[in-house]
Design a protein around this ligand. Structure first.
Ligand code: BGC
Length: 450
């Protein structure tokens, strides 16, 4: 396509889609250029069958269909105009936030390395995910160009930079949601992979002018050999029965998709414990003198089903400060079909929840701290700005406090360093970030740089 023909961005509307976990989100963004933007978005759950589909087509055709529905609802004018008289002028640039490990080969080109977070579509591994999406968009005759491929952490970093207070640039974007990962700004000279690429080809097509590069760490796969990570029988069983055993071992201890499942396995093991003095849900006589009944666990209780406990359950229990843990009792009944649990049992459940949540947050601090230390950032800048997003940082009570507590315990960071680390929520940042990157990509294309 010639540069002059491709001028959709002049209308200021950018599309961004986000595939990264339980939901697929589509949004359009109008950037006002003064740190503000307006955003329209829609969200749909990705059907479980598509996460484990046989062909890549099944998933990507579903994604393209959602984009079509969004365009028809929110930008029907463009859509209709395009149908009446197809013209490249009408095309919208789309930033594709695809939050899985990718070998990125260009601004809108990247081959899937492996799936994470419960996705398992073998056929897509090794394929260019932008091409897969573009093919299905074209099949539906949609006026959309996949202009940029973005990891959600990079999107979060971009979004935080656009909206963060003051002049300090943002250093890192991190996600603690369904999955976990971080991306940060690195000095080009320290990116060994690029030095290798430079040595192999004399026309490496990337911009060296700033001397900086955003590195997507994919820290979810840190220590897959379990040299240092904690490992309990529940972690082990969760991993063995997952779709990707031995992979994403850090993520399996830190992110939202897994915390509920660790808890479920721990509760189940204690429920089935042979020693009646240890076993859960056996005897309702407890400190609150509620001797009325013996706990019942419904036969079809989600306690027996893999992924039966959602991480939101942990947030509710962690937060529960009600008398005799009334809220925990109710939630055990409502969510898990565990009725008339004693206060003592609820206290034990809360202790487990707290241990699992706090362990996750402290491990999160390890990842954040490692990047801050290895880049010497605290020595170089007064403020180290980090944009974060994801259900754990947003909803898990005290998650950031536990992170900070752990950061202060790291000698190289300490109380003083912790004060200079600014952590800010970049809510839904990956959508905005992807749109920003689509904009940068389309401007670069206009200048003939891409
Ligand atoms: C993926 C990352 C992503 C993270 C957060 C991980 O499972 O590998 O690419 O950034 O989840 O969504």
């Amino acid at each position: 396509m010639s540069n002059s023909e491709h001028c959709s961005h002049s209308q200021g509307v950018y599309l961004a889609v986000d595939l990264g976990g339980t939901n697929f989100r589509v949004c359009s963004i109008v950037l006002h250029g003064n740190q503000t933007f307006s955003l329209t978005h829609s969200k749909v759950a990705v059907p479980h069958a598509l996460m484990e589909a046989t062909t890549a087509y099944e998933l990507f055709a579903f994604l393209a269909k959602q984009i079509e529905l969004f365009l028809r609802t929110h930008h029907n004018d463009k859509f209709e105009a395009h149908l009446r008289r197809p013209s490249l002028q009408q095309y919208l640039d789309l930033g594709f936030t695809f939050s899985f490990p990718v070998n990125q080969l260009g601004i809108n080109k990247g081959k899937l390395i492996r799936w994470t977070k419960g996705f398992d579509i073998e056929e897509a591994v090794g394929q260019d995910v932008c091409a897969l999406l573009q093919k299905e968009l074209d099949a539906l005759n949609l006026p959309v160009i996949v202009a940029a491929l973005v990891n959600d952490t990079v999107g979060t970093l971009m979004a935080r930079s656009y909206t963060s207070p003051g002049k300090t640039g943002t250093f890192m974007g991190a996600i603690f949601g369904t999955g976990t990962n971080g991306a940060y700004v690195e000095k080009l000279t320290r990116v060994k992979k690029m030095a290798q690429i430079d040595a192999e080809s004399d026309s490496a097509s990337y911009d060296k002018s700033t001397g900086l590069m955003i590195v997507n760490t994919e820290w979810g796969s840190f220590d897959n050999n379990l040299k240092v990570l904690p490992d309990t029988p529940y972690d082990k069983a969760l991993d063995t029965e997952s779709v990707n055993p031995g992979i994403q071992m850090f993520e399996k201890r830190v992110s939202g998709m897994f915390l509920g499942e660790i808890l479920r396995r721990a509760i189940l093991a204690l429920y089935e414990h042979k020693d009646p003095n240890v076993a859960f849900f056996r005897d309702a006589s407890s400190a609150d003198n509620d001797t009325s009944s013996t706990t019942t666990v419904a036969q079809d209780s989600p306690l027996y089903k893999q992924w039966g406990i959602d991480t939101s359950f942990l947030s509710i229990v962690e937060e529960d400060a009600s008398d005799h843990l009334r809220i925990t009792k109710q939630t055990l009944g409502k969510d898990l079909g565990i009725h008339a649990a004693s206060t003592e049992d609820c206290v034990a459940v809360k202790t487990l929840v707290h241990a699992i949540g706090k362990r996750a947050a402290r491990l999160a601090a390890v990842a954040l701290g490692a990047v801050v230390i290895s880049t010497n950032k605290l020595q170089e800048d007064d403020i180290v700005d980090i944009g974060v997003d994801g259900s754990l940082v947003e909803y898990y009570p005290g998650f950031e406090d536990y992170i900070r507590e752990a950061l202060r315990e790291i000698p190289e960071i300490g109380l003083e360093g912790d004060k200079r680390i600014r952590i800010g929520l970049a809510k839904d940042g990956s959508g905005l970030g992807a749109a920003l990157i689509a904009l940068v990509a389309s401007k670069a294309e206009e200048r003939g740089e891409a």
